[in-house]
Design a protein around this ligand. Structure first.
Ligand code: MG
Length: 313
């Protein structure tokens, strides 16, 4: 069997004179090692997490994100065909120079209530948005805002619009998805079922999120589940992973504040199940920091939490 000494010798961590001793030298050796072997985990960040700390200095901010160790980023700054006020190609170069891959982007269409009349306008919006995002080189394009859904008819109309958006994106080689908050876990009730509602503990009707999952074409629309908002909607992410396996290739990993601090989220179970059913990517999201730290510090703590977690591959 190889001794520890022989092993260290192979790694070049052993000097001719003997073992490296003392904490300082050990620290130097481990620093050297981490430079040789950068973090293997591909951890993404939803840039919305940084708020003004990013928008005040976009080039510097992107570099900071990469320096923390994040490999990918999901943008949230597409307005008037620009990204964070930069031309799309210019922004792409800023990210690339920083060593960050912008793999996704959050964009909302200009209207909340979808109708037969405005479906064409929404489709046109997605056409230009997809065109711009093809230049940015993203893998996914995601709508994070919930359209108005107060009935089964509304839900069916939304599914139609989502399928169309997915079709437009797919033609450009981009995956189109929808990101939830907690409102999607409310129910819509058909007129004839309303009288069946006897008490709030025995709900009737259908959960909006389920209607969206069932009414959209899996080859056109994926679901970027925000696991925190799913829990806030009093639902279990694992039940959805099981029931709609294959629909959640990308996740938002979020907690009440810095990841892992609230005790509300069982990230180990979430990751285990997500890997089992297929997980391509995930983005950290951080809002409402309760600790007295900057957004960048919070985002760093989230990265460290996942990078040190044995359940994150
Ligand atoms: Mg989210």
């Amino acid at each position: 069997m190889e001794t520890k000494r022989e092993f260290l010798k192979k790694l070049g961590l052993l000097t001719v004179g003997g073992m490296l001793g003392g904490t300082l030298k050990t620290a130097q050796a481990s620093t050297a090692k981490s430079n040789l072997f950068p973090p293997k985990k591909s951890i993404g960040l939803q840039l919305y997490s940084l708020g003004r700390e990013l928008t005040e200095d976009v080039p510097g901010g992107l570099k900071k994100v990469a320096r923390i160790g994040y490999a990918t980023a999901e943008a949230a700054g597409y307005r008037e065909r620009k990204m964070y006020n930069y031309e799309i190609t210019e922004f792409r170069k800023l990210a690339e120079d920083a060593g960050l891959k912008v793999s996704g982007s959050h964009v909302n269409p200009p209207v909340r209530k979808y109708t037969k009349e405005n479906a064409g306008e929404i489709a046109d919006f997605w056409k230009t948005t997809v065109e711009d995002h093809a230049k940015l080189g993203v893998i996914s394009l995601v709508q994070p805002g919930m359209p108005t859904i107060e009935s089964h008819d509304d839900a069916a109309m939304v599914c139609e619009v989502f399928n169309k958006a997915g079709e437009i994106a797919k033609a450009a080689g981009i995956k189109w998805g929808y990101h939830n908050h907690s409102g999607e876990f409310k129910r819509v009730v058909k007129e004839e079922d309303k009288e069946k509602q006897r008490n709030p503990w025995m709900p009737v009707g259908d959960v909006i999120y389920d209607l969206l999952l069932e009414g959209t074409d899996p080859s056109l629309v994926f679901f970027e589940m925000d696991v925190y908002w799913t829990v806030m909607g009093q639902n279990d992410p694992l039940e959805y992973f099981e029931k709609f396996a294959g629909r959640f290739p990308i996740l938002h990993i979020k907690d009440r504040s810095v990841l892992g601090k609230s005790g509300m989220m069982n990230f180990e179970n979430i990751f285990n199940k997500a890997y089992e059913i297929g997980l391509d990517e995930f983005y950290v999201e951080l809002e409402n920091i309760r600790e007295n730290i900057t957004q960048f510090e919070g985002v760093k703590q989230c990265f460290d939490y996942l990078n040190n977690a044995t359940f994150v591959k």
